[in-house]
Write a protein that binds this ligand. Structure first.
Ligand code: XIL
Length: 377
């Protein structure tokens, strides 16, 4: 081969590499294949991505969830400071590029600044402690009032700012504690639930609805599919909570099953949970999907990350993703959206556990092809 042929050959190859990058050999993308079924999303703050990663986001997905920048702590670090820079830029980029935005999250026990729960007056401030709660009933009522006023203001400011652009919100995130037997709602016994009580959940939905009456409003949690087949554990608690919210006429439209799963995810529970939530008249989304190819996974923040990639498990991972999407397809009439929690195995909170569809260089993994195939057949 002479030098001219060699250059032509190399250039053609380069072109081919750029074209097939991030896409399937059918040439189809995730959002195209599932366009008649549900939205396909990804999560990232979009403030630190390479051009390849950004074009991957544009190519594959039609909705973005900000991974961190709309959470209470980053967006509202002190009572009088809001920090909307990253969130505004994300919303602008998505709007300009034809992607929708999902808001995450308004009420959460985590990534929420402590000022929400602290008062200047030390006497009233101590009212949340069990030891003084009964003696200082008035202080405790006062504190509850102030803390709820702050939450109302937070919700109305953040939702109001993005009214008409952010299509929906995870209004309340992860209020159910782990390890319950399912006989009660088993709410977490701190932060919002301790000071404001279980009513805080319906109030938050009302305030979000007042701020944007057209927004879809979701309750979002992890492991809430667990126990669905036997109606026990966290799933049973979630049904009790959701039924209460519906009875209280909270303006809730759907439930987010986070979907932080591993190779042993119980598929029967996933399907039954979707059916049970749909039977309540709620819409369903899979809001934070990732399937680790090594080690465990759940929504719990402290889980140890793996250190090595395990390409040998990629085929198994692809099969799990295929089966999950077959379930999602069967229930597409009640599913609004399936969002992956991250962009690639590098842009993932489970980095080292290779939980997503693209490797660190944005090359599609077997899981990507399996999901495309599941959508086409
Ligand atoms: C995670 C982010 O991915 C991390 O970057 C951050 O350090 C911690 O939070 N459930 C949720 C998400 O609802 O907001 C969490 O996101 C993952 C678990």
């Amino acid at each position: 081969m002479d030098i001219r042929h060699l250059i032509t050959f190399l250039s053609l190859n380069m072109l081919l590499i750029v074209t097939v990058h991030c896409s399937d050999n059918t040439g189809k993308t995730l959002k195209e294949v599932y366009s008649a079924k549900f939205l396909i999303g990804t999560a990232n703050d979009l403030n630190n991505l390479s051009p390849t990663e950004l074009s991957g986001v544009k190519m594959q997905y039609n909705i973005v969830t900000p991974e961190n920048c709309m959470k209470p702590q980053p967006v509202h670090p002190t009572e009088n400071t809001y920090n909307f820079e990253t969130a505004d830029a994300l919303v602008n980029w998505c709007t300009q590029n034809g992607l929708k935005v999902w808001g995450h999250a308004l009420v959460w026990h985590s990534q929420t600044a402590l000022w929400f729960f602290k008062l200047e007056n030390p006497e009233i401030n101590s009212a949340g402690n069990d030891s003084v709660l009964h003696n200082n009933r008035n202080d405790s009522i006062k504190k509850r009032e102030i803390v709820l006023q702050r939450l109302e203001k937070h919700i109305k400011t953040v939702v109001g700012r993005y009214k008409g652009t952010v299509i929906g919100w995870d209004v309340v995130n992860e209020s159910i504690a782990d390890g319950g037997n399912g006989s009660t709602e088993n709410l977490r016994n701190y932060s919002w639930y301790k000071i404001a009580g279980p009513e805080v959940i319906a109030l938050a939905f009302r305030w979000a609805h007042e701020a944007d009456p057209n927004a879809q409003l979701y309750y979002n949690d992890y492991n809430i599919e667990q126990g669905a087949v036997e109606n026990k554990g966290k799933h049973a608690s979630s049904l009790l909570l959701l039924k209460r919210l519906l009875a209280e006429k909270a303006p809730i439209t759907g439930v987010g099953i986070q979907g932080h799963w591993d190779l042993n995810v119980n598929l029967a529970d996933v399907e039954k949970a979707i059916e049970n939530y749909a039977a309540l008249g709620l819409r369903i989304s899979i809001t934070e999907l990732d399937v680790t190819s090594i080690g465990e996974n759940s929504g719990i923040l402290q889980i140890q990350q793996g250190i090595n990639s395990q390409p040998k498990n990629y085929e198994k991972q692809a099969e799990v993703y295929r089966k999950l999407f077959e379930i999602f397809k069967r229930h597409a009439d009640v599913i609004d959206r399936v969002t992956f929690w991250g962009i690639s195995d590098f842009r993932s909170w489970r980095r080292g556990q290779d939980a997503l569809l693209f490797d660190a260089q944005m090359n599609p993994k077997p899981a990507f092809h399996a999901i495309i195939e599941a959508g086409l057949h």
